[in-house]
Structures are given as C-alpha cells and as structure tokens.
Design a protein around this ligand. Sequence first.
Ligand code: ATP
Ligand code: MG
Length: 260
Amino acid sequence: MAARLSLNDVNLHFGGVKVLQEVGFEVEPGSILGLVGPNGAGKTSLFNCISGHYQPSSGSITIDGTEAIRRSPAHLARLGLSRTFQHPALQLRATVLENVLLGGHIRLPGGPLEWALGLPRTARAEREIRAEALAMLDGAGLGWAAGLPADELSHGLHKGIELWRALLSRPSLLLLDEPAAGLSHGEVEQLITTVKQVRDERDITIIVVEHHMGLISALTDRVVVLDHGRKLMEGTAAEAQSDPRVIEAYIGKDAADDAA
Ligand SMILES: Nc1ncnc2c1ncn2[C@@H]1O[C@H](COP(=O)(O)OP(=O)(O)OP(=O)(O)O)[C@@H](O)[C@H]1O
Ligand SMILES: [Mg+2]
C-alpha cells in the first residue's frame, strides 16, 4: 500500500544554524511530489529527517499515521521507506547484483540467527529476491552488468543501481535525491520513463528532489519549493515555475525585477 506522509512544523537546527524552519506539507498516497529549491535550501536535510538519518529539533513527521521522528533508519525501512542518495553510496568492489541485493535484505523472514542457520524458508526467500533482482536488471537492459564490479560502470549506471536497490525492498514510500544529477539527456529521458513505469505498476508514493525542471514537470503531481530552510510555496510544477517568489529565490531579487 502506498504510504501517506505528513510533515508538521519540522525544525532542524545545528548549533545556531537553522537548516529547516516550520516545514509542513502532505504527500497523498500514490502521488509523486517534487521537492525543489536552490542549493543549500535544505532538501537533502529534509530527506535525512524523513529517513531517520537526522533528528529534527521539533515537529512531527508521520508515515501512515506512525510518528517517524526518533526512529532509526532501519526501523523506518521496515515501515516501508526506501531512498537513494545525492552521491551514490555503493559497495564499489562488490558486483552490480550484490549491490542491488542489499535492498532485498529487509524482505528476508525472521532475524539474523535464522538467516545464519540457513533455514529452508530463508533460502527460498533469498532465491526469490535474487531472481527478482536479476529480472529488474534484465528489464533495464543491465543484465550484462550483473556480475561486474560496480566500480567498472559509469556514473549513470551507478544511479540506476541505487534506484533498483531501493525498489528491491518493495517500498511504500520512496525518496529520490537528485536521481538525474550528472546524467546525459538520453539517460534522463530513460529515467523519466522508468519512474513513470514504477508509479504505474507499483502502489508507491514518491518524493523526488531535482534541479532538472524538465524531469520535475514530467513526473510530479505537486511540488514543494524550499528556500533557506522554509517552505516558499506549494502547487503544480507549472505554478512553481511562474511564481515570482520562486523565480526570485533562484535568480535573486534584482535579476527577478529586471526580468519583470
Ligand atoms: N550535518 C550538518 N551539520 C551542519 N550543517 C548542515 C548539516 N547538514 C546540512 N547542513 C546545512 O544545511 C543547509 C542545507 O543543506 P542541504 O544539503 O540540505 O541543502 P540542499 O537543498 O540539499 O542543497 P543541494 O541542492 O546543493 O543539494 C546547508 O547550509 C548545509 O551546510
Ligand atoms: Mg541536496
């Protein structure tokens, strides 16, 4: 089931630095929300708060009504949350398949003791997850790369591995942090097709942070614009792109006045 995410009055302070201030919005189950804003606006920090990597100073973040603040990333993953990172976090010496399989670990039944004993139900689940990972790589035209060390692949393929790894956990809430960064035009088009397919075929809620406005326009139902840690506005991608406050945040007030 796709998750409903609610943020209320989220504040994140590091010492005296206010990284997020009074951020609040809702993400409807099954929708794609774009989170945009200039460099340093607080987008990745907000993802870190949702995924349990940062603890907000105050506020509330609920996933299907369950408070997510003060839960560990591992706990939130079990609640259905999965994410990719702005800078791909891969095991570069491990193979592409091994990297993708890390995402399936959460689906193994039982706990570490049972896994160590290699019980039949663990072995069966491992076979299923492995077959699904190989099918995903094949479907993406990456079957040839499954056995190669990840460090032999391009940056674009590293981004792909992160996405397949995140999907293998079968998340109900997926956070994508700049999935198009560093990709060629053709790779971005492929990414847009893939994410649309994921949305159509799976029951999933997605938040995507991106500077690539073409991708944001093509994929999102709504966007939230952050600036200096605050929510500047919320609406459709088209509304955001024509909003004077957003234009000013991106290019500065003087330039926005000149452009008017
Ligand atoms: N662990 C931390 N300690 C101190 N300051 C931090 C920490 N993490 C983030 N910040 C600060 O929070 C602000 C927002 O950073 P963040 O990485 O969230 O921005 P962003 O919107 O993701 O930017 P970009 O588009 O460049 O990725 C920055 O000023 C950053 O220096
Ligand atoms: Mg960032």
